[in-house]
Ligand binder design. Structure first.
Ligand SMILES: [Zn+2]
Length: 297
């Protein structure tokens, strides 16, 4: 392979009147040497450029992060205001519970931040806003949440749930259209569920509320109606005896009367209705009865 034969090169360095210095170099080390000599400045410039780009990128990232932090802080501040409003707290409970206004000198309004303000100034602004945010959290959000939880607890207590009889009572008639239970022709709308049971079994209120009916009429016999607020009412009918009177305040689980067969009844049972905004709804959804006890008789 004569074409690829590697021949050494000779470099002559001469000065006038002096004998020349000769350097005999093989081509590969020579090329590498020249390459390194030429490459060093290029590498240096490339490194500087790279560092510059890196720095610019980092600055850009920092600016974006700072801008995001400020936007987030502002959003949290707004959310707190909304929460306060929803909890019925005053919008402005002193300046100390509000984020400082943005009309200050350093920080331009939202939207133009990324281009306009340097990252450092924006981080300073974020640092400045954090204590106010903490104050808002402790002074406004905590009471607002407590108020909301209290209201929700109140509402939960007034929400008819569970069974109006202890144990695992069986449902003898479902909510909805049913054949006439007295053997007559046609169908009737049954606005509740019937629970079969022995006469005298205690009947329990399914939610906190005020007794608005506790008397006798031809259809429901001895019956109790409770107003729970939040547009809910419950009815307990065909009772043998009543345990409450109109105006009584009852808690969930209180005895309101005893199972019977008074009024338009074909046998001892409790008729239980739930009304929402005056409309009968299917108590099934509120009973939380186990599937095994849902067979109808
Ligand atoms: Zn019924």
């Amino acid at each position: 392979m004569p074409r690829f034969q590697i021949k050494p090169y000779t470099v002559l360095i001469t000065a006038t009147g002096k004998s020349p210095i000769t350097l005999s170099l093989r081509p590969v080390p020579l090329l590498v040497g020249l390459g390194v000599l030429a490459g060093l400045p290029i590498a240096w410039i490339a490194l500087l450029l790279y560092q510059n780009v890196q720095l610019a990128q980092r600055n850009q990232n920092l600016s974006e992060t700072a801008s995001e932090v400020l936007t987030e802080l502002n959003a949290i501040g707004n959310e707190i205001e909304v929460l306060k409003h929803r909890a019925g707290l005053p919008d402005h409970s002193g300046d100390s519970t509000r984020l400082p206004d943005r009309d200050g000198d350093k920080i331009p309004p939202r939207g133009g931040i990324a281009q306009a303000a340097p990252a450092e100034a924006m981080f300073d602004e974020a640092r400045r806003q954090l204590p106010s945010l903490e104050t808002m959290l402790s002074r406004a959000v905590k009471p607002a949440l407590e108020q909301t939880l209290e209201a929700e607890a109140e509402q939960a207590a007034a929400f008819p749930s569970g069974k109006p009889l202890a144990g695992e009572p069986s449902i003898s008639s479902e909510f909805g259209l049913r054949p006439n239970p007295f053997g007559l022709r046609g169908y009737e709308m049954h606005e509740g569920v019937d629970f079969a049971g022995p006469v005298g079994k205690p009947i329990l209120a399914t939610a906190e509320g005020v007794v608005v009916r506790a008397d006798y009429n031809g259809g429901y016999g001895n019956h109790v109606k409770i107003d729970h607020g939040y547009s809910y009412e419950t009815l307990y009918a065909h009772l043998s005896d009543l345990e409450v009177k109109i105006g009584d305040r009852v808690q969930r689980g209180d005895v309101v009367g005893y199972l019977g067969s008074t009024g338009r009844s074909s046998g001892p049972h409790l008729h239980y209705s739930i009304y929402r905004n005056g409309q009968a709804v299917n108590p099934r959804y509120y009973l939380k009865l186990a599937e095994t006890n849902q067979e109808t008789k």
